[in-house]
Write a protein that binds this ligand. Structure first.
Ligand SMILES: NC(=O)c1ccc[n+]([C@@H]2O[C@H](COP(=O)([O-])OP(=O)(O)OC[C@H]3O[C@@H](n4cnc5c(N)ncnc54)[C@H](OP(=O)(O)O)[C@@H]3O)[C@@H](O)[C@H]2O)c1
Length: 326
């Protein structure tokens, strides 16, 4: 199969390109080259989706691909332009969206038929932009190419290559001893997906021309089990209330001074509790969490366990929190 990945140099799209090469497909990755090249074995094409004319997506106009994968995160116009140039000739089209596109993050057990956030408009607040851009981009794909499109909505993508430092915080933290600060919502339903499981499903979907809208996450597990499966089974976990964490300046989810995997409860109890029965029936295959944790830890070791992190608590910050608890 001739596969075009729009992107292909970073985490998710890179894993998709690498998986497709391993399966013997002829893969092109189209990007600006600012974040390096695509994986070994692909053909890199340099273009800028912000540029009109030959330096932009139009450069691909003479090409025909059996399948196209687009991960565009912010701008539905990029998605529309790619479809204008490539959509008619493509045999299959995957758009990598996000579970953030769903309107209701509080109700557990919702599936891919759930209502989505409103589309982008001129007054969309900045904090809603990502989710609503995904929604609008999905609409562009579904309206133009609904009969050959796979809209896949991943939850938290984890594993080697993650540029956000989120999930890797936990396997890295558990390599050190001592009490571990955790949010005291250990029953909170939690879902992740290994980047290579997502990539494998996207490539399989292209091979089989899957037409669907589905979520890409593992079935929910309590946060307690995810932490245990990520190397935390033998550690002393110090549960801190969400309120106290907030007072101590510790943020949920991501960023500096955060506890990744923690999403505010009960307001976001549905975020990590999506029903993925249909995804599993449609070919999503998941490796054991312990394997993902091991792979994420290898990546953490490559980056350096002592580095300044994009997400999580530093050693000093965790000590400060423990001291404040008395
Ligand atoms: N990580 C998660 O937990 C998670 C969860 C749900 C959904 N997702 C979705 O998964 C996708 C992640 O994609 P990703 O990991 O591949 O990372 P990404 O950062 O979205 O990848 C961007 C790719 O597009 C290229 N690119 C950026 N600007 C460009 C431009 N102006 N013209 C042409 N190419 C451009 C980049 O290469 P250059 O910079 O070299 O051009 C890179 O290859 C996103 O859509 C995200 O919303 C992620």
């Amino acid at each position: 199969m001739k596969l075009l990945v729009l992107g292909g140099t970073v985490f998710v799209s890179r894993a998709i390109g690498a998986t497709a090469v391993r399966r013997g497909h002829e893969v092109t990755c189209a990007h600006r080259g600012r974040s390096g090249l695509g994986p070994v074995g692909v053909t890199d094409v340099f273009l800028d989706r912000d540029v009109d004319g030959d330096g932009g997506i139009a450069a691909l106009g003479d090409h025909r691909y059996d399948a196209v994968v687009d991960v565009a995160a912010q701008d539905p116009r990029w998605v529309a332009e790619a479809i204008d140039v490539l959509g008619a000739a493509a045999g299959h089209w995957t758009f990598v969206s996000s579970v953030s596109a769903y309107a209701d993050a509080s109700t557990p057990g919702r599936d891919a038929s759930a209502e989505r956030v409103p589309p982008l408009d001129g007054v969309t607040p900045e904090q809603e932009r990502y989710a609503r851009a995904k929604r609008s981009s999905e609409d562009v794909v579904l309206q133009a190419l609904g009969e050959k499109a796979f809209v896949v909505r991943p939850g938290l993508v984890v594993g080697p290559g993650d540029p956000t430092d989120r999930y890797g915080y936990w396997p890295a933290r558990f390599t050190r001893g001592g009490p571990v600060v955790v949010p005291d919502v250990l029953d909170a339903p939690t879902q992740v997906i290994d980047v290579d499981d997502l990539a494998a499903w996207v490539v399989t979907a292209a091979e089989h021309r899957l037409v669907a809208q589905l979520d890409a996450v593992a079935p929910p597990q309590p946060l307690r089990d995810v932490l245990a499966g990520s190397g935390g089974g033998e550690h002393e976990l110090v549960g801190v209330s969400q309120e106290r964490l907030g007072e101590l300046g510790v943020r949920p989810w991501s960023g500096p001074r955060s506890l990744p995997l923690w999403v505010p409860q009960p307001e976001m109890a549905g975020f990590g509790a999506r029903d993925v029965t249909a995804s599993l029936a449609a070919g999503l295959v998941l490796r054991p969490l312990a394997e993902t944790a091991e792979r994420a830890l290898d990546h953490e070791r490559d980056l350096g366990l002592e580095r300044a992190r994009r997400s999580g608590l530093s050693v000093a910050e965790e000590r400060e929190v423990l001291r404040a608890l008395g």
